[in-house]
Design a protein around this ligand. Sequence first.
Ligand SMILES: *Cc1c(COP(=O)(O)O)cnc(C)c1O
Length: 360
Amino acid sequence: MARVYNFSAGPSMLPEEVLKTAAAEMLEYGTTGQSVMEMSHRSKEYQAIFDEAEANLRELMNIPDDYYVLFLQGGASTQFAMIPLNLMNKNGKADYIITGQWANKAYKEAARYGKARAVASSADKTYSYIPKTKREDFDPEADYVHICMNNTIYGTKYHELPDTGDVPLVADISSCILSEPIDVKKFGVLYAGAQKNVAPAGVTIVIIRKDLVGNAMDITPTMLNYATHAENGSMFNTPPCYAIYIAGLTFKWLKKIGGLEAMKKINEEKAKILYDFLDGSRLFKGTVVPEDRSLMNVPFVTGNEELDAKFVAEAKKAGFVNVKGHRTVGGMRASIYNAMPTEGVRKLVEFMKKFEEENA
Ligand SMILES: *Cc1c(COP(=O)(O)O)cnc(C)c1O
């Protein structure tokens, strides 16, 4: 068996240890005589898996007691509707910062339910930077301000949060959840699809301040009301049981390597290897302004489309897969999520050096 280094933006690599544990427990979990996939979600064995996962996530992210942790379905994209349906309930308006396609989709969805306002955007430069904002830019009567914390397609991230005053901050953290510590108290809602940094696709994690739950618009479908899930421990209906189990294994793996401070150090080291090389390269260059660079998604180009295509093809042959960039940016993108070993990034850079010598 030869596992590749998978630089996919999502679904993406999972820690090998997590996959091995899942494989070992595939036919029989503990002494239950069944796999986790086959268990009733109402059984005490499954409830124990679920409770342990939630407790470990709370510990890792230091989530205060006045926040619910919900395990939902529908991906981050369903949150684009759930956020306005549940939160745009006082003044019927919300502010959005447009830092890429995901942020823009969230904004457009919100505009279906109330007055969504685009406060700032970096569309003018293909989203290659995070627009600066001041507190006065935000409407103090907005029900919330929405940001996308790490922009998966464009490779930017917020290194400093916008100052929104008393207006709750809502953040899509799909592609940076658990990559470094985050101060949950600064947010009203955090949400993330799991398939970038946590688990297989199918579970969406929502961390929401309790006072923001319970005032959904009348038209809100039962399944899209946070209260439905908060009041039923995420078990109003069948949750994505297996994906939650894998998420639980990932949380244990993170605890074992020392939690999010340790993970951050590793992620910074990985990103530095790649960015340092890009900054010194005669052939490749990063597409993002240095101060807003993501730790997780690193887009780069040669400036020549044919050469980009050649690089992607040769990289694949050498065992570095899914390095093709998003169609709106072109070139390449290396997604280096938590599960990508440092060794994988080192080897990719060695391969890039060789390609540069042969082609520059
Ligand atoms: C992948 C991604 C999404 C979409 O997630 P789905 O789970 O496919 O709906 C939304 N936002 C960000 C930042 C993403 O990276």
